[in-house]
Design a protein around this ligand. Structure first.
Ligand code: COA
Ligand code: MG
Length: 293
């Protein structure tokens, strides 16, 4: 899961384009990009599209449902679970219990649709409410469905009354740097993927590329996109380079050749167990990227 492209669920044109954009995951949105009056139509359009694309597309299909406080989540699930999405994105998640509530609902909908129990994954957005940020540690061990954790800035701005998430130089302000960091740590604690948030300024490709590279450096393994042009930039930034793969393979090989000790020396530098773990993680990401390519 390097690139996850949002597509408004009520736009046939964008759904058509979105599935051809080369994203690892298409997130069909039933939430914020769909007006209240269009929710029912979006469910029908989205479900039709997913069922027609299911057999042709290589990308995974997630659906962003409306959050658990809206009263809309059940109707969203009833519309889309029968067409077998790979996962559900849960916005405005307040804690691990919200994931468990969604998982319980999914279990019922899977049974009603004759689908295997537990097949549909869950990807919560964990920083859209203040309570959600403060409960970031509660996701570990909540559900085997948990596919990763991601974060968002817009809804949190509205929730706390922040006029902007970024300062005059374009850098996130303290609250948003904190919640970005919390997402990385919470994902580490839950042993799932950390997915970086969207970059709304879709014409600023230089700024976007830099944000992707910083995210990869800091431990995110993928990023959400709002425009097809962002997808190749994400895929490039989150695919480990040939040099990084070679370096990591050399570390893994050196440990294996030495009989898996605690520490080895390669070219005059010390490598111990954390280096081995990091190298193994990078090789796993490189393998996953080859499978998606
Ligand atoms: N998925 C699929 N196709 C998209 C797309 C997306 N997310 N964003 C743009 N496109 C398509 C457009 O339809 C257009 O195709 P067309 O000319 O054949 O109609 C083409 O890509 C170029 O689009 P562009 O003119 O550069 O942008 P726009 O002004 O049409 O759209 C947005 C800008 C922001 C409205 C659009 O990118 C969008 O809807 N993004 C997703 C929003 C979303 O889901 N938000 C929720 C999560 S934060
Ligand atoms: Mg939102």
């Amino acid at each position: 899961m390097r690139s996850l492209l949002f597509v408004p669920g009520d736009s046939e044109r964008k759904l058509e384009k979105g599935f051809g954009a080369g994203a690892d995951v298409v997130i069909v949105d039933l939430e914020d990009s769909v007006a209240a009056a269009n929710k029912a139509a979006a469910r029908a359009t989205a479900a039709d599209f997913i069922s027609s694309q299911r057999r042709h597309t290589r990308c995974a299909i997630y659906v962003r449902v409306n959050d658990l406080s809206t009263g809309l989540t059940d109707d969203d699930l009833a519309a889309v679970v029968p067409v077998k999405p790979d996962g559900i994105m849960l916005p405005k998640s307040n804690n691990g219990q919200d994931v468990q509530r969604l998982a319980a609902k999914l279990r019922v909908h899977e049974a009603e649709s004759g689908l295997p129990d537990g097949g549909i994954r869950v990807l919560p957005i964990i920083t859209e409410t203040a309570a959600g940020v403060l409960a970031a540690a509660s996701y570990a061990g909540t559900s085997a469905r948990l596919a990763g954790l991601t974060w968002g800035a817009e809804d949190l701005s509205a929730a706390i009354g922040a006029c902007s998430a970024r300062d005059e130089n374009g850098r996130y302000t303290d609250v948003f740097r904190l919640v970005r960091t919390m997402t990385i740590l919470a994902a580490g604690a839950a042993e799932v993927a950390a997915i970086d948030t969207v970059f709304p300024d879709f014409r600023d490709m230089a700024g976007f590329g830099q944000e992707c590279r910083e995210a990869e450096r800091d431990g995110f393994t993928g990023k959400m996109a709002i425009h097809p042009a962002q997808v190749p930039v994400i895929n490039a930034a989150f695919t480990p380079s040939a040099e990084a793969v070679e370096r990591s393979q050399a570390i893994v090989d050196a440990f294996a050749a030495a009989g898996n000790p605690g520490v080895v020396g390669i070219d005059g530098k010390m490598y111990d167990r954390p280096h081995l773990r990091l190298a193994e993680r990078l090789l796993a990401r490189a393998k996953a990227a080859r499978i998606s390519a």
